[in-house]
Design a binder for this molecule. Sequence first.
Ligand SMILES: [Zn+2]
Ligand SMILES: [Zn+2]
Length: 275
Amino acid sequence: MSPRLTFLGTADSKGVPRFWCACPVCTDARAGGRNRRTRSAALIRGADPNGVPQTLLLDCGPDLHGQLARLPEPLVPDAVLISHAHNDHLLGLGDVLDYAASASGDGPTRGGVAPIAVYTPAEVLPQVAERFGYAFRHGAPVQVLPEEGLVTAGLRVRAFRVPHGANGYSYAFRLDRPGFAAAYVTDAIDIPQEVATRWLGDLDLLILGTSFADESAAAHAGRSVYDVREALALPWARSARRVYLTHLSHGVDVRALPLPVGWAFAQDGLELPLA
Ligand SMILES: [Zn+2]
Ligand SMILES: [Zn+2]
């Protein structure tokens, strides 16, 4: 069976609805409509070569507790990858560590399992340690993601560095299995051609963050994530066989914005085969 990816969250850093906002997208979200979304994270479920189930979580934002609680059955990810140390991708780390600790205790579901493996690129690790000082006091619950990546859930998973505009840098994830290549790129803008050539050419599936529909009126220097208009013009995005847009703010109305064939907006709970 091919591994499957579930979008746990598909919102930008502020979530949708935003506090106090009465725009049509936030109003739809408040009423439980299609625009309701939580902060970006994804779960990959697959199996090792012997058929043993393996689960990988990409990012752990502030909505993680609710995202995991909504799953139909209790699930402890075997590994967690953190793309960068921004609140909307990291603040659920406390819950990840808690979740793992309760699973390895005397819980009904998974007694005596190995501690959960949390990884982030070497460059990001000190920022994570600084933000979660209490958790690092007795050992390091987060380790450096090896350069060659991980092999888990039937995939080879590697991280690559991408520019995050005014916010510095982030990492994106490349997911490979024989005959299949995908990339998960939530927080990026102005990706240089050499990075795109190495990591983003000829993809079967591209998951790309686009915070707004069109930010051309904003100063480019102050921006940090592609908008939908730019994404539609990126040659490497256009060459991907399927594209799902995620990391969507209240500036994207998924009910109303037309996308070309092969492109779609991601939604919380949407599940895709990685095949
Ligand atoms: Zn983000
Ligand atoms: Zn970010």
